[in-house]
Write a protein that binds this ligand. Structure first.
Ligand code: OAD
Length: 253
């Protein structure tokens, strides 16, 4: 990773009127949460066609809960890593307007960010598919699967399954942010799942600088991204924040 690119990112952020971040599973890998794709990814172990579609949740919820219970345990054990904490600091310093996250782990909120658009929902909350009663994930017993509500209905996490629509409000706000930002930080996403993967293109074609941070190149790299910073989000983001804090006088010119 080059220091030049860190300084370039800090300068772009310092000079922008509006900065937004789009984050994906790579952001939480350093918190001990497995990504979906690649080596050790969730989809290597569980085929999403079998385990993650809303039709399966309706007809055979016990099957979906094999995967969901594993995710729930991992999420409830996890804490924000230096990458999350850096984005929280960026918001506190007035540099970051919002985060659009595909992650369902709630770690951006836990790190201290206030303006988080949860594009795929939040696994820390569940609700009953019969009566709609809402329940915290830590109160959902995983002893027998699928877990049930007191009313007898089956519980589900408040996440977006394959085959379900993105919540209207999240989609509208994300598109507005993508269209109106001057800088979009795209962190730890493989760029494979729509419609989230279209947002960097919306930002770029509206004139924004798209800064991609990832441990490996994606289909955005060299096309949608204005430039690519190779490395772990938990290492790159703290360096950008340190540069913004220590060099602020030199970055605005
Ligand atoms: P993926 O698992 O597809 O991609 C994770 C990305 O993070 C990859 O590009 C990795 O190279 C990168 N990565 C891994 N560790 C990293 C680190 N420490 N720092 C930076 N980058 C790192 O995850 P998403 O792109 O978020 O949707 O997946 C998008 C959606 O696909 C998910 O929200 C989920 C899934 O199916 C639903 O379940 C609806």
């Amino acid at each position: 990773m080059s220091d030049e690119l860190i300084i370039r990112a800090a300068r772009d952020i310092a000079q922008a009127k509006k900065v937004v971040a789009l984050t994906g599973a790579g952001m939480s890998v350093e918190s001990g949460i497995a990504p979906f794709r690649g080596k050790g990814g969730i989809w290597e172990k569980y085929d999403p066609i079998e385990y993650a579609y809303i039709d399966t949740m309706r007809t055979n919820p016990g099957k979906c809960w094999i995967l969901l219970s594993e995710m729930q345990k991992e999420i409830l054990k996890a804490s924000p890593n230096p990458g999350h904490l850096s984005l929280a600091e960026l918001e506190k310093l007035g540099f970051l307007s919002s985060i659009i996250t595909q992650n369902v782990d709630g770690l951006h909120h836990e790190a201290g960010n206030n303006n988080v658009i949860e594009f795929h929902g939040n696994h820390r909350v569940g609700y009953c598919m019969e009566c709609g009663n809402r329940i915290k994930a830590e109160e959902i017993s995983l002893e027998t699967l699928p877990p049930h509500c007191d009313c007898g209905g089956v519980l589900r996490p408040d996440v977006v399954f394959f085959g379900e629509a993105i919540p209207h409000d999240a989609l509208t706000r994300s598109n507005e942010d993508a269209r109106s930002c001057n800088v979009m930080l795209v962190v730890g996403t493989s760029a494979e799942v729509q419609p989230a993967a279209s947002l960097p293109g919306v930002a770029r074609s509206s004139g924004a600088t798209v800064i991609e941070i990832n441990i490996e190149a994606t289909s955005f790299t060299g096309h949608t991204s204005t430039y690519f910073i190779k490395g772990k989000s938990g290492e790159i983001l703290p360096k950008i924040v340190d540069t913004l804090k220590n060099e602020s006088a030199n970055l605005t010119t």
